[in-house]
Design a protein around this ligand. Structure first.
Ligand code: PLP
Length: 455
């Protein structure tokens, strides 16, 4: 239902209608009638244009985007380098090549391999993140078979999430999301996550990992050398941008080496500059065997990537790991221009530099509202503000209201549906716009607390 809201007109935000826009309602209704209900979790606005760190509708409203379409548009919406290179391929025209090679594909692979760490010798290009995590599952198990392992055991983590297809959901934690499958993979195991609020995990992260893996081995009667093939870790836990302690990850990496397991990071949200490093795993100073990336890989078109050593990436036979839309020329052109923008235009450095101010301001907000905000998580231009009361109870209702108020005042944030709100502007944002966004968010927090709790 459209709500009359206070009009906003600043350099970066404009709200000049009721929200949602009354004229948008019939369009939204028609979409709800013609498209699966599963697609409709977002707040009701209709995007007409998106440029840089701003999103526009066709009724004169303009939002500052602190979502980057959930970590996709790291190089900014409609990045000029990406638009220009797409235009060149469209004008040829060359829209699809199936699995034949194109100059765009060759150029992208070349740049990707030469601008990522040396041990990533080959790439596999797909369309969705869930395909990339599934491909890593397959590669970990194929590698186990090559080494005559008895079982295809994979270690995953509580609270992690890897996509919506079957293997990805088996590796993911959420038990409710797996019910449709009807059974569980007996060789996929989950270890407890070292949350910062679990004191035993923080006081001795290495012991926490060693104790939990020892329990898992005993409980399942397995030998890690022969029954486990790999470890899948989401670089940080998505809903709350929660990182593992560095020593914990280093201990996981040591365990993987001791037992000849492949260590895989799901970099979907963490990759391509988001945390102030090219890849988020770099914050842990470890060297993974496989990387599953997507989202920010192109800042635009559907592109996901698996990176690894040649000996692992060449395990599947010809045709057994490819997809109809793999390495589409437009997508490759976008992928290349995106990496050039991130690396050559200094956007990863900008994420690191502005990330300091970003986290400083959010921590000040936490101090002001310590009764409601329990922690600020994340790194670089990625933050999650976690709302719980003094008994640790999740304040999801407060998060819903804050997200709605942000929308009404010209700021898009990531509504997680849980006790967290994620903030992640495009990495090309400037200091002024970043401050305006934080101020808008802070106002929404203040007003929502007053409205719900009266203080
Ligand atoms: C950590 C993580 N892994 C995998 C995926 C799946 O990616 P896609 O939606 O492109 O299939 C996502 C998507 O949100 C994600 O956040």
């Amino acid at each position: 239902m459209p709500v009359e809201v206070i009009r906003v007109d600043t350099k970066y935000r404009t709200i000049k209608t009721a929200i949602p826009v009354p004229e948008s309602i019939p369009i939204l209704q028609r979409v709800y009638e013609t498209e699966s209900h599963s697609m409709h979790g977002q707040l009701p606005i209709i995007w007409d244009k998106a440029e840089g760190f701003q999103v526009f509708d066709s009724w004169g409203n303009k939002w500052l985007d602190f979502s980057s379409t959930i970590f996709v548009t790291n190089a900014g919406h409609g990045n000029k380098r990406i638009v220009e290179s797409l235009r060149k391929v469209i004008d040829k025209p060359l829209l699809h090549t199936y699995t034949f090679t194109s100059p765009e594909r060759a150029a992208y692979l070349d740049y990707l391999i030469s601008h990522t760490p040396k041990h990533f010798e080959k790439a596999f290009l797909v369309s969705a993140g869930t395909e990339a995590t599934e491909a890593c599952l397959k590669l970990m198990r194929l590698n186990g078979q090559k080494h005559q392992k008895r079982k295809g055991g994979i270690i995953c983590f509580e609270g992690n999430w890897h996509g919506r297809t079957m293997g990805a959901q088996m590796m993911g934690w959420n038990p409710g999301q797996k019910e449709w499958i009807g059974y569980l993979d007996p060789n996929i195991y989950h270890l407890p996550f070292p949350y910062p609020w679990r004191t035993e995990a923080i006081s001795d992260p290495c012991k926490y990992f060693r104790d939990s893996i020892k329990d898992l081995i005993a409980k399942n009667n397995i030998d890690p050398k022969t029954d486990l093939c790999g470890i899948m870790m989401e670089t940080f836990q998505g809903w709350g941008a929660v990182f593992y302690p560095k020593e914990f990850v280093q201990e996981v990496a040591a365990f993987a080496k001791e037992n000849n397991l492949l260590l895989t990071f799901d970099e979907m949200q963490a990759g391509f500059g988001r945390t102030g490093e090219l890849f988020g795993y770099m914050n842990y100073e470890v060297e993974p065997d496989l990387l599953a990336c997507g989202k920010g890989a192109s800042s635009s078109l559907p592109l996901a990537v698996v990176l690894g050593r040649k000996e692992i990436m060449d395990l599947p036979g010809i045709g057994s790991m490819s997809s109809t839309h793999s390495a589409n020329p437009l997508v490759c052109a976008a992928g290349l221009a995106n990496m050039e923008a991130l690396i050559e235009d200094g956007l990863i450095d900008n994420s690191k530099k502005l990330g300091v101010q970003f986290h400083h301001s959010l921590n000040e907000l936490k101090s002001t509202y310590s009764k409601y905000i329990s922690s600020i998580q994340g790194k670089g231009l990625l933050a999650a503000v976690i709302f719980t009361d003094s008994d640790g109870k999740a304040l999801s209702e407060l998060c819903d209201l804050i997200c709605e108020k942000c929308l009404q005042t010209g700021l898009l944030v990531v509504h997680t549906g849980r006790e967290s709100i994620k903030l992640a502007p495009p990495l090309m944002i400037n200091e002024e716009a970043l401050s305006e966004g934080i101020e808008t968010f802070s106002m929404a927090v203040a007003e929502s607390i007053t409205e719900l709790y009266g203080s």
